[in-house]
Ligand binder design. Structure first.
Ligand code: 4G0
Length: 236
């Protein structure tokens, strides 16, 4: 998969995408990630990317010219252009699974009050938000989405990582996990996990997952409208 990012702050992207599973996906060629400075598509001396809104009001708006030039130079017909904005549909594991099937994603990291409406109309295929809060720019949301999508690319996870059951593919939270020692500061690992009775262990885990979900995320048990749950998706 190819991913291009358009941002005013490319320095932000050093770090989170240079470690762990995303780093390995990049090194093995599974993920071709390129982060670009939107100012590279300006032509004036001051590299102007924004301007005051017509009609007045506080704040600035990203000008259309650099964004059109950038998207036209980086993208083609099969590119999915995604704007990060608090006004987008809320990102979820189900959306991550959809994006993982695309060949080419191009993220526009908005800042300020937003982008010129003609960019949304003519260039943007999808608008995504990572949740109901406002950040200084769309860089962190882009990194969150890139991380979630990359680990779903076939071959991105190692054997240990992919064998793991996943909360959001069942629509339930995970059961509790324990490792050695069997007793730590007086806190004991449940006997059933030490018993070697795999049917009993599976039963206990299923019950714990249900209890934990009811306690912490009762919204996920509600059959309708669970947002992140995709009942049509394969259960890995
Ligand atoms: C306001 C996304 C702020 C408007 C972006 C962009 C939070 C999120 C910003 C825009 C962001 C999120 C209209 C592009 C940038 N903050 N919740 N800040 N537009 O995903």
């Amino acid at each position: 998969m190819k991913i291009d990012v358009l941002t005013l702050f490319p320095e932000m992207f050093a770090g989170p995408l240079d470690v762990s599973i995303v780093q390995r996906a990049r090194k093995t060629g599974l993920l071709n990630l390129r982060v670009h400075n939107l100012r590279d598509w300006t032509h004036d001396r001051h590299k102007t990317v924004d301007d005051r809104p017509f009609g007045g009001s506080a704040g600035m708006v990203l000008k259309p010219e650099p964004l059109f030039a950038a998207v036209e130079s980086l993208g083609n017909e099969q590119t999915k252009v995604i704007l990060l904005t608090p006004a987008g549909r809320t990102f979820s594991q189900a959306i991550a699974r959809e994006l993982a099937m695309d060949e080419h994603l191009l993220f526009i990291c908005g800042s300020y009050e937003g982008v010129d409406e003609r960019v949304r109309e003519a260039l943007v295929d999808d608008e995504l938000s990572i949740g109901d809060y406002v950040l200084t720019n769309g860089g962190l949301p882009a990194m969150v989405i890139i991380d979630a999508v990359t680990r779903l690319l076939p071959g991105a996870l190692g054997d240990d990582e992919s064998a793991k059951d996943e909360s959001f593919s069942h629509g339930l939270l995970e059961y509790p996990h324990y490792t050695r020692p069997a007793e730590f500061r007086g806190m004991k690992v449940p006997d059933v996990l030490l018993s070697g009775h795999h049917a009993e262990i599976d039963k206990w885990r299923a019950e714990q997952a249900r209890l934990r979900t009811a306690q912490q995320r009762p919204d996920l048990l509600n059959d309708k409208n669970s947002g992140s749950r995709d009942k049509s998706a394969p259960h890995n």
